[in-house]
Design a protein. Structure first.
Length: 318
């Protein structure tokens, strides 16, 4: 069962008029270089099941409102190799305190880590594990072995320190995802209580667009009535929802073990169910702002998880 936090705005799906599916050339200024852009997205049907049988003629892509011609389209079964990173929040706000949602979830990361990696990874995929509190620390590097990854998770320390969530995402993006031609996704297990990063959310989002990374989150959020919630913890769902929306990811709030297990299952399905499409995109805007991207399906009942902004792509040479 997929549970999507209300803060995540999914791409709305409307039936498309075939007569409106004309394609215009990308708009660029003279001398600008266009870019080869790859987009990775997932689709869920009305029964909240992953849909892996979409066809290219069921999709319509626009950038800044201009229709784009899809040059390549790959179904999930033939997706490029994956680079994946698990980011574990070990800050003090993750203390399993009485009366909080965390009190029902101690040890869940360790309990399900081996099964999670065994199900997620395929030949050619690579995975990292990183923990974060005041700073982020890499625990497992480019491994394909679920046992190695499980061992990294099993040594998770007691909660301590503050929460450098954005710093951890930025470190993963800049240090671990610098590889071309691969799908990239990270999964955060956190309450979202950011309060100690040296980088801004804008810098993180720019890096995610540059490296084309999808952000998913298992959100361990305290209920509204818990009096000890800090302003940062209260803002956590919104922050994580923005990262998910901009990158084409998702957020699954969990309050007990069954929901935690279901969230991991949904995350695996979303990553393993990614389609790949390629197109020739416009050059960067002079002001450095991102291009607004919208992907829609003509099939009724389909909801798409796709980036809100166009990934940077690779410049096309002269």
């Amino acid at each position: 069962m997929l549970t999507v936090f209300c803060g995540v705005t999914l791409v709305s799906v409307r039936a498309l008029d075939a007569g409106n599916a004309s394609v215009a050339s990308p708009q660029t200024a003279p001398g600008d270089k266009q870019r080869n852009v790859s987009v990775y997205f997932s689709a869920w049907d009305s029964k909240v099941k992953i849909a892996t049988d979409l066809k290219i003629d069921e999709l319509r892509l626009t950038v800044d409102g201009v229709p784009q011609k899809i040059n390549t389209f790959l179904e999930p079964a033939v997706a490029p190799p994956l680079t994946f990173e698990l980011l574990l929040d070990v800050s003090g706000s993750m203390q399993y305190a009485s009366g909080s949602r965390e009190s029902e979830l101690p040890g869940m990361e360790q309990k399900y880590a081996y099964a999670f990696f065994s199900t997620l990874l395929r030949p050619g995929d690579l995975a990292y594990v990183r923990e974060f509190a005041d700073t982020s620390k890499l625990l497992a590097i480019a491994s394909t072995d679920p046992e190695v990854l499980y061992e990294a998770v099993s040594h998770e320390p007691a909660p301590h320190g503050q929460t450098a969530l954005l710093q951890a995402v930025y470190d993963a993006c800049t240090e671990d995802f610098a590889s071309a031609g691969r799908r990239k996704a990270l999964l955060l297990i956190t309450d979202g209580g950011e309060n100690h990063s040296k980088v801004s959310k804008d810098a993180v989002e720019k890096c995610l667009r540059k490296e084309n990374v999808v952000v998913l989150t298992v959100g361990i959020f305290d209920p509204l009535e818990v009096p000890s919630r800090t302003p940062e913890e209260m803002n956590g769902p919104h922050l994580l929802g923005e990262l998910a929306r901009h990158s084409g990811g998702g957020v699954w709030p969990v309050a007990n073990e069954n929901e935690f297990k279901d969230a991991l299952t949904s995350a695996v399905q979303q990553i393993r169910g990614q389609y790949t499409l390629g197109f020739t995109g416009p050059a960067p805007k002079p002001n450095g702002k991102p291009h607004k991207m919208e992907l829609k399906s003509s099939r009724n009942g389909i909801t798409l998880f796709a980036p809100e902004h166009m990934p940077d792509g690779e410049p096309i040479g002269p």
